[in-house]
Design a protein around this ligand. Structure first.
Ligand code: SF4
Ligand code: SF4
Length: 391
């Protein structure tokens, strides 16, 4: 401890003292390993070590006015590197919540949060259209919807982006094809399903997050299932780690289920794809939950693909900047985006497919590929899309 607690208590409000305790800030030894690993320092003034220190010196309301609190992607690198076991970026989420409470957020953030409250999704889409994506799936007559109380092995939570965004809908459709082909006893939730709350929490709207936790827990409690499977690593992480054990059944990312199906020979990748593929680890699957091997295993089982590795991969993977609520936060930085750096790295190593396992990674990396003008030489595809091409 480098600041005496007593001195702190003299100059801080009780709210500030509890903030310091909540994030265990007195445990920080100011070693700077967090800032040293933070990927956004190349394009932002964000200095996470400094923020941790300033929370002990300055008033939190003043700190929350600094625009760089919105630059964090919550990639988890600082938490992995912290020798004292802190989650330094959580401080920024705490500061964001002051701004949310005051209504000092970008209009895009406000609209996303309002839409989640009103419609159960951040994209301003009506709940009644949540299942529109279930039409016209190759080889599938009807997507199975689970009935409360009726037993299924796999209950699927489809991410809001996968059921409304035309670029991401193919992931949902291909997951259905995989489940049908492998003979999985599955069921989707359908119209009653709501946002998981992951980005709500990252944007600092704690009250709305708690409401979603309560509602979703009640919803899941009405179903009889063995495992909950998610398409997005963000939903997966939130249900698995942030619902305070309210979900008692195992929560899986789709890549874990598909790897299991291939291993058990229930799903046999039969067709062939040509090319050099490099896998981009989504932060919320890899750095946050140590799911590194299953996506690589699936890609390795697709005949014809040569699997390459980024120099910055697994725990050292470079963030695409799609997490941490950043899908709704405009960045002021004019520096090259991390997703563009990632695509340049992929091109340099000769990859013609960048494989992902996350809707946000797919959107950010594909956009970066277009900005860089690489469409002629390469493509970005989710593993579910690659599987869909050979089923
Ligand atoms: S890595 Fe941990 S201990 Fe070191 S400065 Fe950052 S928060 Fe403090
Ligand atoms: S979570 Fe990632 S982007 Fe945010 S402060 Fe930590 S290292 Fe930087």
């Amino acid at each position: 401890m480098y600041v005496e607690t007593q001195k702190l208590e003299q100059k801080m409000t009780p709210e500030e003292v509890s903030f310091v305790e909540k994030y265990d800030l007195l445990g920080c030894i100011q070693c700077g390993k967090c800032t040293g690993g933070c990927p956004v320092t190349t394009r932002s003034d964000l200095n996470i070590r400094r923020f941790v220190y300033d929370c002990l010196q300055d008033h939190l309301e003043e700190l929350s006015k600094k625009p760089e609190i919105w630059d964090c992607t919550t990639c988890n690198t600082c938490a992995i590197r912290c020798p004292k076991g802190l989650d330094p970026f959580e401080v920024l989420l705490g500061l964001r919540s002051f701004e949310v409470e005051e209504g000092n957020v970008q209009p895009t953030v406000r609209d996303a949060l309002e839409s989640i409250f009103n419609n159960g999704n951040p994209w301003g889409k009506p709940r009644a259209k949540r299942c529109d994506w279930m039409q016209d799936i190759e080889g599938v007559e009807k997507v199975k919807i689970a009935n409360p109380g009726e037993k299924v092995d796999v209950l699927v939570h489809i991410c809001c982006t996968a059921c409304y965004d035309p670029r991401i809908i193919p992931l949902a459709k291909n997951l259905v094809r995989v489940l049908e082909k492998a003979g999985v006893d599955y069921g989707f939730i359908g119209e009653a399903e709501s946002d998981c709350g992951s980005e709500v929490r990252r944007l600092g709207e704690e009250g709305l997050f708690e409401m979603l936790v309560e509602d979703n827990t009640e919803l899941f409690g009405s179903y009889d299932f063995d495992r909950l499977v998610c398409i997005s690593p963000h939903c997966y992480n939130t249900f698995k780690n942030e619902y305070s054990d309210l979900i008692t059944k195992p929560v899986m990312h789709y890549s874990q289920l598909v790897a299991e199906l291939i291993e058990d020979k229930k799903l046999v990748p039969s067709g062939e794809l040509e090319g050099k593929v490099v896998y981009h680890d989504p932060c919320y699957l890899g750095k946050k939950n140590n799911v590194f091997d299953e996506p690589r295993y699936i890609l390795g089982q697709i005949p014809g693909l040569e699997l390459l590795e980024f120099r910055r991969s697994r725990e050292r993977s470079l963030c695409c900047e799609g997490g941490g609520g950043k899908m709704w936060v405009e960045s002021e930085s004019k520096q090259e985006r991390l997703a563009e750096v990632r695509m340049s790295d992929a091109k340099q190593m000769g990859a013609n497919i960048v494989a992902v396992a996350c809707p946000f990674c797919l959107l950010t990396l594909e956009d970066a590929m277009k900005v860089k003008g690489f469409e002629e030489e390469m493509r970005v595809a989710d593993i579910l899309e690659l599987l869909g091409e050979i089923l």
